[in-house]
Design a protein around this ligand. Structure first.
Ligand SMILES: Cc1cc2nc3c(=O)[nH]c(=O)nc-3n(C[C@H](O)[C@H](O)[C@H](O)COP(=O)(O)OP(=O)(O)OC[C@H]3O[C@@H](n4cnc5c(N)ncnc54)[C@H](O)[C@@H]3O)c2cc1C
Length: 470
């Protein structure tokens, strides 16, 4: 098997690793190449270590253990001893309400006391239990789903900021069944989200406590939803994958041409590299980049990919001396609902979540700016972004002095938006690629944007490409 994976983000690297592993187990000779346009692997997943000892995540700051694939990958790579779990204070989160931080309730008692919602809005959420299931099979926006099941205030103050936190997107435009398939599944299965969460909590309590967290920090990949990262930041995962794949990974190779010849696929890059006689090509690059490569082959493939929009996000990291910030910073961070009309999506207090993100006596904040709500703001010059983040955070955290370090990480195309009609586009891509044997389209643009979705998809694809022999 000669396989070329295009793109060495977490999707492409995890796929490459799983393919190598399966081929070795099956005794299948595998000639694998993973081609990456940039000089470093990892895509949006990366960590910058500053000279003064801050570790700044360029993208994701962790993975939850409610899905097993990423932690299992760390285990198989032999780096689970490098895992660090999010501190308990990571459970404390805030939402901005009328310009002030309000704690996000984390239990029924706190929910009843919370000022985030009026008594009527709380009652409206409680009524969700008795609402009928939706019968129409058509696509529904996240906003319509939330309004229908939980009421308009819950959409405004809980669901909208949650959507910003994951997709940096607009709930009125995102498709609930593509962006949050679990919600529609729960409605279908249990008839109500509240009934579902009660049933799932009961089932969870009935299970034995997850083992493995006490000894070497290696978590079980079982139930629970703790957040995990690595001592040196999330970059450790792509770096370990790159090391395991060795010379199969080739950075600085942007694929510019893909065509089908009589003896297989031909892949060409901007350095003049040409790989021919390729049995399978997997694209794990952003949808618009895949659309460009596939346009000369098939409009049926390129059009639906081209239609997948992206939201820009800039990550503004600010490192302060501890005493320069008045707030105790005893939480994960906050999210900003659209109705607040602020240019930022929220802020993560990374140094309160994981050890070692800031040197002793310092703290690290990461402010997310832009998103589909205010795309133009994400593209402001660096110094303006730092000033903007300072201005936006100051009323909540209280600063006495300037940051000792700052960095801006700009993602013009940060996160794909699963807007209404997304599932049809994904189905069309799958259907059309059947006409092109050996061609696979994957990556975070299609079936989930979380790191856990990318690693799960990598497992699924590796199985399809190298199925277990009877
Ligand atoms: C700011 C931010 C915060 C996030 N936070 C979280 C979080 O906390 N938890 C979580 O689970 N997820 C989070 N995510 C989402 C998650 O990080 C991504 O969905 C995931 O990392 C995407 O991986 P990927 O490999 O599919 O794509 P990418 O990371 O985009 O990788 C694609 C790769 O393809 C390469 N490429 C592009 N064109 C070509 C070409 N022509 N030839 C060769 N190579 C090419 C690119 O250089 C890139 O390396 C976050 C994302 C962002 C941007």
């Amino acid at each position: 098997m000669k396989i070329v994976v295009i793109g060495a983000g977490i999707s492409g690297l995890a796929l490459g690793y799983r393919l190598t592993e399966r081929a070795a187990r099956q005794g299948t000779p595998l000639d694998l190449t993973v081609l990456e346009a940039e000089s470093r692997v990892g895509g949006t997943m990366g960590s910058i270590e500053t000279n003064d000892g801050f570790i700044i995540e360029t993208g994701p700051n962790g993975v939850l253990d409610n899905k097993p694939d990423t932690l299992a990958l760390a285990q198989d790579l032999g780096i689970s001893n490098r895992l660090v779990s999010g501190s308990d204070s990571a459970n404390r989160r805030w939402i901005v309400l009328n310009g002030r931080l309000e704690a996000l309730p984390n239990g029924p008692g706190a929910f009843l006391r919370s000022r985030l919602l009026s008594p009527w809005a709380k009652l409206r959420i409680a009524m969700e239990m008795w609402l009928p299931r939706r019968s129409a099979a058509t696509d529904e926006s996240v906003a319509d789903f939330a309004r229908r099941r939980l009421g308009p205030r819950a959409l405004e103050r809980l669901i909208d900021p949650f959507v910003s936190g994951i997709f940096a997107g607009d709930p009125e435009r995102l498709s609930v069944r593509s962006a949050f398939p679990r919600l529609t599944e729960l409605e279908e299965q249990y008839g109500s989200l509240l009934r579902a969460s009660r049933a799932l909590a009961r089932a969870r309590r009935a299970l034995p406590a997850p083992a493995g967290t006490a000894t070497n920090g290696a978590p079980s990949a079982g139930p629970g939803d703790k957040l995990w990262s690595f001592e040196g930041g999330m970059r450790e995962l792509p770096m370990a994958l790159e090391a395991a794949l060795g010379s199969a990974v080739r950075t600085g190779e942007r694929v510019i041409d893909l065509r089908r010849a009589h003896d297989g696929w031909v892949v060409a890059t901007d350095t003049g590299l040409r790989l021919s006689g390729v049995d399978a090509v997997v694209l794990t690059i952003p949808a618009f980049a895949a659309a460009r490569l596939l346009a000369p082959l098939s409009e049926g493939l390129s059009k639906p990919l081209e239609a997948i929009e992206y939201a820009p996000v800039s990550v503004v990291a600010l490192g302060f001396r501890r005493q320069s910030v008045i707030h105790p910073l005893d939480g994960f961070g906050f999210l900003v609902p659209s109705r607040e009309k602020r240019p930022i999506l929220g802020c993560l207090i990374d140094s309160s979540v994981y050890p070692g993100r800031a040197p002793d006596g310092h703290v690290l904040l990461r402010c997310m700016v832009g998103g589909s709500r205010r795309p133009e703001v994400a593209l402001l010059p660096d110094d303006e972004l730092v000033d903007l983040a300072m201005r936006e955070l100051e009323p909540h955290f209280g600063f006495e002095g300037r940051p000792v370090t700052s960095a801006v990480i700009r993602w013009r195309n940060a996160i794909p938006q699963y807007t209404l009609g997304h599932r049809d586009r994904v189905d069309q891509v799958a259907e059309e690629s059947r006409a092109w044997p050996g061609l696979w389209v994957a990556g975070n643009a299609l079936r989930g944007v979380a790191v856990n979705d990318c690693t799960r998809e990598a497992n699924r694809l590796a199985e399809s490409l190298l199925p277990e022999r009877p």
